[in-house]
Design a protein around this ligand. Structure first.
Ligand SMILES: NC(=O)c1ccc[n+]([C@@H]2O[C@H](COP(=O)([O-])OP(=O)(O)OC[C@H]3O[C@@H](n4cnc5c(N)ncnc54)[C@H](OP(=O)(O)O)[C@@H]3O)[C@@H](O)[C@H]2O)c1
Length: 307
């Protein structure tokens, strides 16, 4: 069973993708119960005719005790200029959700989408003490989709001609597009673009969500599809390699912080953090990115003590 906590725009879209592809039974759990029930009723009409899966809505954690995968897409409010605007409320929320999951469901694979995703992945893992291999923040794969899209637009190539376009680090202003590994038709992108274009692309993907927010005030399709791909791989027991936020214990030279790094996921959770050789400037930027996330974690800890 797949459970999705938070049946807003993103949560209900992931539920729709899972149900319409008949992946498994889906339980939507939302703070306001009527919303979960309503979305589940609507999504139920998208279940294929030959499928026996079900979609239910609830606000009761005892109903998710059999979940193998739990997606967290809950949010206490909308941020406007910065993903950290609601950090304290979101941290409190994720800890509470963590406690309830731990009480009701012993060993699920957790996919965290709620923002600020790196900080929340950290607090969720610490609160539940679930294996770090089963707690995954999904965002860097979306940033990587944006990187690929921006490269294709700027260089006039098809997305299928681009490979290894990873974005690592924070899901925020310090995210690091890894140009040194990115290839266009097998040729390193660094041989094709100059430093000005590199800077423009980096700025573009960092600000992508702000641009989007001015036009439609939300983002849901990219993150929903990226999350669906992970759920599908877990259920089919296929290995998927994506950049995602995980607790680091020395990998990429970082400890006690969650940030986006390349990981392999199977039905057993994370099976490998794939360290890759980066060039010196990218390593430096990644270090700075980790430091920024750490600072937000630290200030959330201090604020939690003060309240
Ligand atoms: N990782 C990424 O790349 C990425 C991309 C896009 C969005 N996001 C993040 O994903 C999150 C969801 O976005 P959205 O657009 O779907 O937001 P949304 O439409 O506002 O939905 C949030 C839902 O969470 C529910 N909720 C709040 N607190 C809860 C709790 N304690 N337990 C259960 N449900 C709770 C709300 O319930 P009520 O009905 O009671 O209000 C609401 O239905 C946000 O944090 C957003 O920033 C991340």
């Amino acid at each position: 069973m797949i459970s999705i906590i938070g049946s807003g725009l993103v949560g209900s879209l992931i539920a729709f993708l899972c149900a319409s592809n008949s992946l498994d039974d889906v339980v939507l759990l939302n703070r306001t119960k009527s919303k979960a029930i309503g979305e589940a009723l609507d999504i139920s009409n998208a279940i294929p005719q030959n499928s026996n899966i079900t979609v239910r809505g609830t606000d009761d954690y005892s109903e998710i005790s059999n979940a193998g995968i739990i997606v967290i897409a809950a949010s206490t409010g909308v941020y406007l200029k910065n993903r950290y605007e609601k950090t304290d409320a979101q941290v409190e929320m994720i800890k509470e959700i963590g406690k309830k999951i731990k009480t009701n469901c012993p060993s699920p694979i957790i996919l965290i989408i709620s923002n600020p995703v790196d900080v929340l992945t950290y607090f969720f893992q610490k609160e539940t003490n679930f294996s770090k291999n089963n707690v995954i923040g999904i965002a860097s794969s979306l940033d990587s989709s944006r990187f690929r899209y921006s490269l294709s637009k700027k260089l006039g190539v098809k997305q299928s001609q681009i490979s290894n376009a990873y974005v690592l680090g924070e899901h925020g202003d310090s995210m690091v597009p890894i140009f040194s590994k990115t290839k266009i038709n097998g040729k390193n992108v660094m041989e094709i673009i100059d430093s000005k274009q590199k800077e423009a692309i980096t700025r573009g993907i960092r600000n992508y969500w702000k641009y989007l927010r001015n036009l439609i005030s939300r983002s849901q399709f990219g993150i929903a599809k990226n999350t669906f791909d992970v759920i599908e791989s877990i259920i089919d027991n296929r290995t998927i390699l994506i950049p995602a936020s995980v607790l680091l214990e020395g990998e990429f030279g970082e400890k006690d912080v969650c940030m986006g790094v390349p990981i392999k996921i199977t039905s057993k959770g994370i099976t490998e953090i794939q360290e890759m050789e980066l060039d010196e400037s990218e390593l430096e930027l990644l270090k700075k990115s980790a430091q920024i996330i750490r600072k937000h974690i630290q200030s959330a800890k201090l604020n939690a003590i003060a309240h």
